[in-house]
Design a protein around this ligand. Structure first.
Ligand SMILES: *Cc1c(COP(=O)(O)O)cnc(C)c1O
Length: 399
């Protein structure tokens, strides 16, 4: 990774990294015969499935489309109840609404910012079987949810799981046998989704992916991605000739173009490098803030740490918590550092308030929101830039 030794401002909280090779890859597809559905789509899907260790991957137009298709494939409909966390990008909840289902939020564990599995268990156990349909846990900030634990709970109560892994490609947790379980590997969750928005690990401008080990779900995703239309001779009910196709379900146009997949393939080839750099940046922040009064660093899920101290945290975000968050946010802006807040709790959004949620419903999420700030975290953040960020943060909290 090129680390420019200069200090460039403004410093955003996240930014994409586009290389000459990325540009060449896109230009080559522009010169090919395929502007939308060409060979790069399947190539990207196969490379991504291999990267996360899943059997199947379906590339789509964005992460939100990936969530929508996933909810559809699992049969979310009017009357369905699906549990997710309020500390996430609203799309994790909205996909349930697209299908007419109800969103049930579950509060977070303040140590990690992840859905609190103990509270989730209470929530599920106080209702009769069948009350809830599924869970959408989020690997928030890149911190992997312990899906082995969640799967056990889901199986007891007949729930499905969609892992929202938009923050965690390349992340992993350690299972009870001591093995690494990569985010989105399909081992514990029926489906997992990823986003390739520019602030995420792999950028295709707009783009998303669903991964799964379930062939039936995979086929449904393919169908729903393209209007519900199939040409697969094995699936057709009738056969009229070479032109013949059938629309078998109400699907969407959630395709991702070939040129964006070419960019994704090129980016994916550098994913390990980017991850190593993210972990290094996190280590430097950790050291700088250790023991600094007034700064709390959001914890790593203990399941994401190996015995040797290696971390499976994918560090999409580096989150600190401070008492005067607005003060720090404004102070950093004055210095051209654009830290960001992730997230305003979804249940406090006017749309969800209208559905019956209110402030005070999820105190841990709301307390977290009042103090959180995501500091710059991206592979091309230079050492000088990071030092500048650390100095300004410390200057503010220590004055
Ligand atoms: C980015 C993101 C999404 C949505 O992805 P888009 O590609 O922007 O549609 C969903 N969930 C989480 C947690 C995200 O961060």
């Amino acid at each position: 990774m090129t680390q420019n030794s200069k200090l460039r401002t403004p410093i955003p909280y996240g930014r994409q990294h586009i290389t000459e090779a990325d540009i060449q890859a896109v230009v080559e597809t522009l010169q090919s015969d395929f502007l939308t559905q060409g060979p790069k789509v399947a190539e990207f899907e196969q490379a991504f499935a291999a990267y996360v260790g899943a059997k199947y991957a379906v590339a789509v137009s964005n992460g939100t489309a990936a969530l929508h298709l996933s909810a559809m494939a699992l049969g979310v409909k009017e009357g369905s109840r699906v549990i997710t966390t309020p500390i996430t990008f609203v799309a994790s909840a909205n996909c349930v609404r697209y299908c007419g289902g109800e969103v049930a939020f579950c509060d977070i564990d303040p140590e990690t910012g992840l859905i609190d599995i103990k509270k989730l268990r209470q929530m599920v156990e106080t209702q009769c079987r069948g009350h809830y349909d599924g869970i959408i846990p989020v690997d928030f900030a890149g911190n992997p949810v312990n899906l082995e634990e969640l799967r056990a709970l889901a199986d007891e109560h007949g729930l499905w799981i969609i892992e929202d892994a938009a923050h965690s490609p390349g992340g992993f947790f350690i299972d009870s046998k001591g093995d690494k379980q990569h985010c989105g590997n399909g081992r514990y969750a029926e489906l997992a989704i990823f986003s390739f928005h520019p602030v995420k690990h792999i950028a295709t401008s707009e783009g998303g992916m669903v991964t799964t080990n379930d062939e039936e779900l995979y086929k449904m995703l393919l169908l729903y991605r393209t209007h519900g239309i199939t040409r697969d001779p094995d699936l057709l009910e009738e056969h009229h000739g070479g032109w013949y196709m059938e629309m078998q379900a109400l699907g969407y146009n959630y395709r991702i173009p070939d040129m964006l997949c070419a960019l994704g393939i090129s980016q994916l080839a550098r994913a390990d490098e980017g991850m190593a750099r993210r972990k290094e940046i996190a280590r430097v922040y950790d050291e700088a803030f250790a023991g600094t009064e007034g700064i709390e660093v959001l914890g790593t899920n203990s399941a994401a740490l190996t015995e040797s101290g290696e971390t499976g945290h994918a560090y999409h975000l580096y989150v600190i918590q401070v008492e005067d968050r607005k003060g720090l946010y404004d102070f950093l802006r004055e210095h051209q550092i654009f830290a960001q807040v992730h997230y305003i709790p979804a249940h406090t959004m006017p749309y969800y308030r209208e559905l019956g949620y209110k402030k005070g419903d999820f105190p841990e999420a709301e307390d977290y929101y009042g103090r959180c700030l995501s500091l710059p975290m991206y592979p091309t953040l230079s050492e000088e830039e990071q030092r500048f960020v650390i100095e300004r943060v410390k200057e503010f909290v220590q004055r």
